[in-house]
Design a protein around this ligand. Sequence first.
Ligand code: 13P
Ligand code: SF4
Length: 307
Amino acid sequence: MVETIDSTTELRERILALKRRLNAVIVAHNYQRPEVQDVADFVGDSLELARRTRDVEADVIVFCGVHFMAENAVILNPTRTVLLAEGSAGCPMADMIDVDDLREWRQRYPQAAVVCYVNSTAAVKAESDICCTSANAVKVVESLPHEEVLFIPDQHLGHYVSTKTSKRIILYPGFCITHVRLTAKQVIRAKELHPQAPVVVHPECTAEVIALADAVLSTSQMVKYATQSPAQTLLIGTEEGLLHRLRKENPAKAFYLISNSMFCPNMKRTKLETVLKTMELGCNAIAIPEEIRVKALGALDRMLAVA
Ligand code: 13P
Ligand code: SF4
């Protein structure tokens, strides 16, 4: 007989019971579905998730996010079992560059340091000089002695960094399928409707959108900004999952998503049912060849030492 589970409460209880039995922690990215965020021990941006999972002492890390984030947890904390809650959840941007592409670009720019956005595979990180996230990209680039930086794979984050540094930034043509959907026209329209509201966008947005923003921040930095801002209404330019945390932590404020097409299909693949199934079966364990892991760890550790 096929068992059907129809209640969020029951699913939640079963997940939490299993979590205790497995000695597991559940971590979730800010873009996860509200009910998945609510079952997690920790919700954060890529940088916070990397730091948090590095220090986990439990046996199992159940990662509710996309593949590269779970890989980061394995790279940083290899003696734990890391289960990606939904095995098919990838990041299209991370798949826009592979090791062969990177080697070819490195040959073209032999003087440049390679700064690798964490939205990339472990193999690509292993061939890079240092990683960065959306929260620390400018600091990481500024920390380098090099005058020339090859920034991979996100051209928009790379372009944003280039406006904040005097270094020469070479852009690789990757992008986020979700953030490039936000247009300058949509931002202008939202500002007309809410002229007092600050516009807060993610640096994966295009340069035209960023030029119209009051703040350009990582997802968790947006939550802090919203809490500290005197503004009662804020216009948000990132994936819609962040609105759950923004509203939960700032119940008296109003948040409007500037475009309702900002939806990451991969982040939304994870549901409570998939979290439970993955924990029951112990499937989707992330493994990285040790030689690659150690090299990728170098790039991540160098980033964590900077910011
Ligand atoms: P953050 O690190 O800002 O959470 O962003 C991750 C991401 O995938 C953005 O699309
Ligand atoms: Fe990747 Fe964009 Fe989804 Fe972030 S929002 S995981 S960059 S596709």
